[in-house]
Design a protein around this ligand. Structure first.
Ligand code: SF4
Ligand code: SF4
Length: 230
């Protein structure tokens, strides 16, 4: 019958007398192991493995490693807490809590921005979904944890640092210099609309704005650890 594999044809022949003795086969196996041992010692450059962590592979500029949150030129996070990355995430591992930014030009910012690295599948959809060029990936794949809580990275571990980029380099991101792609608009380079500015200044000037909590609220945890103890 077509489509049916005849497995009987793959049944190995009966063991020979020498195979049934086992010892000759054991010595043959050890000879293979010994041959590889000698070859690796004599010419280590031919080994398929590398001496990690002393040696590291140079991955592609599009490698999808740990995420970073990008900053504007004024040092604030580019993220405007629009939740599009969280919506696009197939692993549902991004948690965002939006807050009211003191600058009207920016409107919102992430009070909490967590990524659960144990759930993340490093697909890069969050990078693709972001309209603000606010989340990139690096080539940093060195993440090891003892507890689940440690695997949840909050803003303090996601914010871009020079040390991390120097050590690992950028990975997957929306554009690559020289390949025809261009960066999305950075809001911090746009002029601030006259008449906007700080919310408190507007309130003092008598402009009616929605009420908000002043100071750090219960969700304004400075770190993941602080959030758990809050
Ligand atoms: S890389 Fe994929 S799985 Fe990980 S946070 Fe982004 S969208 Fe979610
Ligand atoms: S899509 Fe971009 S701007 Fe929107 S919440 Fe995610 S990182 Fe922030």
């Amino acid at each position: 019958m077509s489509g049916v594999v005849d497995v009987s044809a793959r049944i190995p022949a009966k063991l020979t007398f020498w195979q049934r003795l086992y010892l000759p086969e054991i010595f043959r196996g050890m000879a293979v192991t010994f041959r590889h041992l000698v070859r690796n010692i004599v010419s280590p450059g031919r080994m398929p493995t590398i001496q990690y962590p002393e040696q590291k592979r140079n991955y592609s500029a599009r490698f999808r490693g740990k995420h970073i949150l990008k900053e504007r030129e004024d040092g604030t996070l580019k993220c405007v807490a629009c939740y599009m990355c969280a919506q696009a995430c197939p692993a549902e591992c991004i948690t965002i809590v939006a807050g009211e930014h003191p600058k009207i030009a920016y409107e919102k910012y992430p009070v909490v921005f967590d990524i659960d690295m144990m759930r993340c599948v490093f697909c890069g959809f969050c990078v693709d979904a972001c309209p603000k060029d606010a989340i990139w990936m690096t080539r940093n794949y060195e993440m090891a944890f003892f507890t689940r809580e440690e695997a949840v990275f909050s803003i303090d571990r996601l914010r871009e640092t020079k040390a991390e980029i120097d050590a690992h380099g950028y990975g997957y991101r929306p554009y690559y210099p020289g390949d025809g792609t261009t960066p999305p608009t950075d809001a911090s380079r746009l002029p601030v609309v006259p008449g906007s500015g700080e919310r408190d200044a507007l309130r003092q000037a008598g402009v009616a704005l929605p009420n908000r909590h002043v100071g750090a609220g219960p969700l304004n945890a400075t770190s993941q650890a602080a959030k758990f103890t809050a």
